[in-house]
Design a binder for this molecule. Sequence first.
Ligand SMILES: N[C@@H](CCC(=O)N[C@@H](CS)C(=O)NCC(=O)O)C(=O)O
Length: 216
Amino acid sequence: MTKLTLVIGNKNYSSWSLRAWLAMKQAGLEFAEVRIPLDWPTTHEEIRRYSPSGKVPVLIHGDLKVWESLAICEYVADRFANDLWPADVAERAIARSICAEMHAGFQNLRENMPMDCRNRYPGEGMTLGVEAEIDRIFSIGRECRQKFGTGGNMLFGKFTIVDAMFAPVVMRFVTYGVKLDSVTKAYADAILALPAIQEWIAAACSETESIPHIKI
Ligand SMILES: N[C@@H](CCC(=O)N[C@@H](CS)C(=O)NCC(=O)O)C(=O)O
C-alpha cells in the first residue's frame, strides 16, 4: 500500500492534529508521523513544506495531500474505513452536521480553554461564552447517546468521526476541571480509555516544548 504520512503539531497542544490522528488510529491504519512543534520561528516555514494551507494536520498519501482535519477524516473513511461514519444515511447526516458544527464553531472554548493534555488548570478559562458552548456540547452528547448510542459507549455507539472531533474537547474538560453531567462523564471516561488516546497522552507528556499562551 502507498505510504501514509500524517504531519501534525505538538501532541500536547494540537487539537486539530489529534482529530485526524485518532480517526486514522481507530481505522487501524499504519502511518508515519512528522511532528512539527508549533510556535517556533521556523514553524510556519516547516509546515508550508507539507501543507498548502500552512496548517497542520495534513495527510500525505503518495502524490495526494489532504489538509483540514475534517477532510482528512472524510478521506480516511472514503478510502479505508467506511464504518468511521454511522451506517444509516440519516444518522450519517446528523453525524456530519455535528462534525461541521465542531469544526466551524466553539470559538470561546478554543480560545479560553486551549488543549494542554499534560497540565491541569481547574476552574480556569470559564466565561459566559464558554459556559454556553459547553452546555451545547452536553446537549449534543446527551442526544446522541440517547438516540444513537445503544451499540457501544461512543456518541453513535461504535467509534465514528464524531468522536474524533470530540476527543480534544474531552481533553479540555480534564485539563480545566469542567464539571460534567453523568452522561458526559461516562462518555469522557470512554474516550480517555481508548488505547489510542492513552498513547497520545503519553506522547504529549513526554514532549518538552512549552507554549504559555497558545490559542488553538
Ligand atoms: N481548520 C483547520 C485548523 C488547523 C489549525 O489551526 N492547525 C494549527 C495547529 S492545531 C496550526 O497549524 N497552527 C500553525 C500556525 O498557524 O502557524 C483543521 O481543521 O485542520
